[in-house]
Design a protein around this ligand. Structure first.
Ligand code: SAM
Length: 237
């Protein structure tokens, strides 16, 4: 990202972060997308709590995706589930540029995007009891023991976000890192207000709403596993 690029990832100071801002190159298309499409899709952490109905101009189930990467699967979900509103949160500028560029070209109307730390956005911008599905797909595994504390899925992440999820709403996580999958299950199982929806063991087959990615297809060919985890909040909450 060049020095003069005006829009920067937003986050509050904290000692441990689940991301590093990568120096990935921005293509001309991604860069132009910020001029053209940011005002349509972009949201700011520093504007504080939102009213989703006002932001989208309609009342609809809300899906929040943390760390959408280059955004291709989120874009596909916006198209496949037009009856839902989507908020994507990502700190990697080229990924944000790519998503809003494509969303603009495809005239997507059910998407808003934060280029910010998801922990901050979830705490400060997303109202309580507003989210129908909170999804995190292939989060950085931070696989070295000394880096495990940087994983986005932590007991504190669940405590903070559980208040945001509606009754009967769900968490959907997916990972290709078995030890992280086991850790996710351990963390989710600690919370009595949510239950695992898997009918056989801890993991679910990939549900239709999660598009398969190129990276995942390649992994499948190489015999790598993927673990989908869906926990639902009880109705009485
Ligand atoms: C391994 S990538 C996976 C991207 C995408 N979900 C996929 O399946 O291809 C994880 C992404 O999460 C983003 N990320 C990590 N921590 C984040 C945070 N606290 N807030 C926003 N994005 C975050 C990283 O920038 C990175 O793009």
């Amino acid at each position: 990202m060049s020095e003069e690029f005006p829009i920067k990832p937003e986050f509050n100071d904290k000692s441990i972060r689940s991301f590093v801002i990568r120096a990935g190159r921005m293509t001309d298309g991604q860069r132009k997308a910020f001029d053209l499409a940011w005002k349509e899709f972009g949201m700011s952490l520093f504007d504080g709590e939102i009213n989703p109905e006002q932001v989208f101009g309609r009342q609809a189930p809300l899906v929040v995706e943390v760390g959408f990467g280059m955004g291709d699967s989120l874009l596909e979900m916006c198209k496949n589930e037009p009856e839902k509103n989507f908020i994507g949160i990502e700190v990697h500028p080229p990924g944000v540029g790519r998503l809003i560029n494509n969303a603009y070209k495809e005239k997507i109307t059910n998407l808003k995007v934060y280029m910010a730390d998801a922990n901050d956005v979830l705490t400060e911008c997303i109202p309580n009891l507003s989210v129908d599905r909170l999804q995190v797909f292939f989060p950085d595994p931070w696989h070295k023991k000394k880096h495990n504390k940087r994983r986005i899925i932590q007991p504190t992440f669940i405590t903070t976000t559980l208040t945001k999820i509606k009754s009967n709403g769900c968490y959907h996580f997916a990972t290709d890192w078995q030890e992280y999958a086991e850790y996710m299950i351990e963390v989710l199982n600690q919370e009595p207000k949510i239950v695992n929806t898997a009918s056989d063991g801890d993991y679910c087959p990939r549900p239709d709403h999660r598009p398969i990615t190129k990276f995942e297809r390649r992994g499948e060919r190489l015999g790598h596993g993927v673990w989908d985890i869906i926990f639902r909040k009880s109705e009485s909450e």
